[in-house]
Write a protein that binds this ligand. Structure first.
Ligand SMILES: [Fe+2]
Ligand SMILES: [Fe+2]
Length: 383
């Protein structure tokens, strides 16, 4: 595979993402998340907390409007979702198997790998593990959002943004809660955080600049999450999960819009070098978010050699389309922020190489939130 050239010698792919070739599947599979033995993951947080003495509510009208909308859109994960729904995970996994080969099962050449010996039992088990893993990653990502947004309350200098961010803290607590409950009561196991997602969240939390929290979390992580939730919402046949995702997605559209609105104002004041740093961070985050979808921890747990998993996953015929769809929110929002074409258009070049540039003219998330500006972005009790 071609090695991506980087026009800026100060920031090579190795410096940004730890490897030269962004598409090297074997290297992507070498990064496997591990939980600390003491169960605690500590990340130094270097941001100064900032008080403001300017209490004028509504000085930033769009943020104020979003805050008012968020106050009306709160829901209760304990009582608004149909938790009495019976979920037969094995039946659903078997149904997916019976529908025909998709994902890694559709890889044309598994020769020489452990997966070549698998039959129905193993593939159905993989489907179940994949769901446990995916929902676990959603849960961990939600906790990342909870921490990052609490940090934004402290660090962002504007009162309208502090107000809005406080509503997002509550939203994220609810999201962690509902994903955790779904895993505990409807599925068959938890997974540790994916290695790539963990590296990215550590980078976001440890950055000392408040706008990097927004770029990493609200634009990149939540932008991808919104697309991933949307895909799962469309495809799942499980009514409780469908309902849960619909509620969460209504919140997430606001969160991404919060990032775009806040950064648009700040980026007008940044110089070319500062914008370039943001472009590089967006690229690093995009690659990490893409690489986190490979499911490394599942194969590791099942005892499949990572080399075998990498060989099979790299041939999944739907992989590139699936990955590209996940960027349907990120690319237009980066464009709206001016990051795509700033300077020499470095980020456009990188997104082109990743095969996701086609989404640049998709609807950005601000429009999506406005479409739901009827005061009731969530249809209650929709199953
Ligand atoms: Fe969330
Ligand atoms: Fe969120």
């Amino acid at each position: 595979m071609a090695i991506i050239e980087n026009s800026d010698p100060r920031a090579s792919n190795i410096e940004l993402i730890g490897r030269d070739n962004i598409n090297d599947f074997e290297e992507i599979f070498q990064v496997v998340g591990r939980e600390e033995e003491n169960g605690r993951h500590l990340v130094p947080d270097h941001c100064p907390a900032e008080f403001t003495w300017d209490y004028e509510k509504g000085a930033r009208p769009k943020l104020d409007k979003l805050y008012e909308k968020a106050k009306n859109a709160q829901w209760n994960g304990s009582t608004d979702l149909a938790w009495d729904t019976n979920v037969d995970q094995e039946y659903l996994a078997k149904m997916a198997y019976d529908e025909g080969a998709t994902g890694p099962m559709a890889a044309p050449d598994m020769t020489g790998t452990v997966l070549a010996t698998w039959g129905e039992k193993e593939w159905v088990a993989l489907n179940m593990e994949y769901q446990n893993w995916m929902l676990s990653q959603f849960m961990h990502g939600e906790q990342g959002a909870l921490l990052c947004t609490a940090k934004i309350v402290e660090t962002v200098p504007w009162i309208d943004a502090k107000y809005y961010a406080s509503t997002q803290v509550m939203d994220e607590a609810r999201h962690v809660e509902v994903f955790s409950r779904y895993l505990d009561t409807k599925l068959s196991g938890h997974y540790q955080m994916n290695g790539h997602l963990g590296l990215l969240l550590d980078d976001i939390v440890s950055d000392s600049r408040w706008d990097m929290t927004y770029l990493g979390m609200q634009i990149m992580v939540e932008g991808l999450a919104l697309a991933a939730f949307g895909l799962m919402h469309q495809t799942t046949k499980e009514p409780l999960l469908k309902q849960l995702l619909r509620y969460v997605m209504a919140d997430e559209a606001r969160h991404v819009a919060f990032g775009v609105l806040s950064l648009q104002e700040l980026y007008l004041e940044l110089n070319a070098a500062e914008i370039r740093e943001r472009q590089e961070f967006a690229f690093e985050a995009a690659v990490r978010m893409r690489d986190r979808m490979a499911g490394q921890e599942i194969y590791d747990r099942l005892g499949v050699p990572l080399k075998d998993a990498a060989k099979v996953m790299s041939q999944d015929p739907g992989r590139l389309d699936f990955q590209a769809l996940l960027f349907g929110k990120i690319v237009p929002n980066c464009k709206k922020l001016g990051l795509l074409d700033a300077g020499d258009g470095w980020l456009r070049e990188k997104f082109t190489e990743m095969g996701v540039i086609a989404f640049e003219d998709f609807e950005d998330t601000e429009a999506e939130v406005d479409m739901e500006a009827d005061g009731s972005p969530v249809e209650r009790n929709l199953v």
